[in-house]
Design a protein around this ligand. Structure first.
Ligand code: HEC
Ligand code: HEC
Length: 388
């Protein structure tokens, strides 16, 4: 090894040790700050974030490591094995804004409207107007500049027509996530038809032409669609905070003295931040052994709750809460005594029967046919218990 290489190495090691000790010193002195990287509201966008070893942390919470070319060459990533083509295919289901990834298939708008009526209208409304608190899919054009201030002003209405920049990714979303109680049940043809119907209801013109009932919707068609808000997004600097102020790098305001307003969201209960975070503060996150301090630990089971009850609660959340937590589609709200009093009077046998076989807007087993009869009965007991 030549002399200069040795000197450079020593220098590099010295610099590393220095920056590491500086980081630790700063950490000891700074206010402790917890955040979850998955929650952009609590991500400290200001300043570079490093862990205790001085590794930079990426905006998604991953640690950025520098690997020297020598180490790289030595290891050459010999771990693992290549994913087989069929595995990649099974995972590679996303659809890009430009339509890449759209599968073959097609359906007319008229047929799509029928699939929508049978699978989506109970929550999103016959004409996409939204039932209860489920999202509105149609309208809202021209409302994006509205500000919801205090005093009951209406805010923007964000729908596929008014807000979404591109239609193609909705193929993926609808195919994978909807209908909410039974996702992935639609065929590709049906998803095309439904999207055509949603576009038609939003008065979207394609190549200057209105979408007719007999218009055939397929991948080529969706690639030609331009939504009104296509140019309304800015993509080129994800780290840029959404404000016009300059960054605070030192001597920032004391957040103990500043009140931060948490907006109450009406969809569920009001959302309180999981941890008290001084926002817009320069500081370092506190790390535990596994990385960031976890903020969302699973809740301990309530005292006295049997395992069966906890299982019923989990199944309820998965298969029934979609309607029964909000009252979507006219479902009786769990926890609302008034909604349930008359129903409970009918007796367990009837309630079981209706939950298993369906009853008006109540689909058999809530639409989740993989539930065993006994599971459904246990869920009904759970729902009734919560609503007495
Ligand atoms: C049981 C009620 C329910 C049913 C049935 C249902 N959805 Fe949804 N849908 C929801 C809820 C709730 C959301 C919001 C989900 C979220 O934000 O995580 C949603 C979100 C969506 C969105 C995104 C809306 C937006 O503005 O981001 C689309 C599009 C959508 N659903 C389409 C459909 C289609 C198409 C069907 C029928 C195949 C369907 N949904 C069936 C409840 C439902
Ligand atoms: C797509 C929405 C939806 C889902 C999902 C859903 N329900 Fe319902 N449920 C309803 C509606 C709507 C009613 C009211 C029907 C009526 O009275 O006409 C209802 C009523 C009921 C009732 C009362 C029946 C009666 O005789 O009064 C029970 C019990 C029930 N649901 C159980 C369940 C269970 C258990 C699940 C999950 C496995 C579930 N529901 C999922 C929509 C839903």
């Amino acid at each position: 090894m030549s002399k200069s290489v040795v000197r450079n190495l020593t220098l590099a090691v010295g610099a590393l040790a220095l920056s590491a000790s500086a980081a630790i010193a700063a950490e000891g002195g700074a206010k402790k700050l917890h955040y979850t990287p998955a929650d952009p509201n609590h991500y400290p966008y200001h300043g570079v974030v490093t862990d205790k070893k001085g590794h930079k942390i990426n905006v998604d919470g991953a640690i950025m490591r520098k690997i020297s070319p020598v180490t790289l060459k030595k290891n050459e990533f010999k771990r693992g094995q290549d994913a087989p083509a069929d595995v990649i295919k099974a995972w590679n289901v996303d659809v890009r804004p430009d339509g890449k990834g759209l599968p073959p298939g097609q359906m007319t708008v008229e047929e799509g409207a029928e699939v929508f009526a049978n699978n989506c209208a109970m929550c999103h409304g016959d004409f996409g107007e939204g039932v209860g608190k489920n999202p509105v899919l149609v309208g809202g054009i021209g409302t994006l500049t509205r500000q919801a201030k205090t005093g009951g002003d209406e805010g923007p209405e964000k729908t596929i027509g008014s807000y979404a920049p591109y239609i193609a990714p909705f193929f993926w979303y609808i195919k994978m996530a909807m209908p909410l109680p039974t996702p992935k049940k639609l065929t590709n043809d049906q998803v095309y038809g439904i999207i055509g119907y949603i576009l038609q209801m939003n008065d979207i013109k394609v190549d200057g032409k209105e979408i007719e009932d007999d218009t055939v919707i397929n991948a080529d068609f969706l690639k030609k669609v331009h939504l009104p808000n296509e140019k309304g997004f800015e993509y080129n600097n994800l780290r840029k905070p959404d404000t016009h102020n300059t960054r605070c790098m030192k001597g920032c305001r004391d957040m103990k003295k500043v009140k931060v307003m948490h907006i109450k969201i009406d969809a569920t209960e009001s959302i309180t931040p999981p941890v008290k975070v001084p926002r817009y503060n320069c500081g370092k996150p506190v790390m535990n052994g596994e990385g960031f301090a976890a903020v969302e630990a699973p809740l301990p089971a309530p005292k006295g709750a049997s395992g069966a009850n906890a299982a019923a609660e989990a199944e309820y959340k998965k298969s029934c809460a979609g309607c029964h937590a909000s009252g979507a589609a006219g479902a009786p709200v769990v926890g609302n005594k008034g909604d349930w009093a008359d129903r409970i009077k009918k007796g367990n046998k009837t309630l079981y029967e209706h939950a298993l076989k369906g009853f008006n807007g109540m689909p058999p087993k809530g639409g989740n046919m993989s539930l065993k009869d006994d599971q459904v009965k246990a869920i009904v007991d759970y729902m009734v218990g919560k609503s007495k």
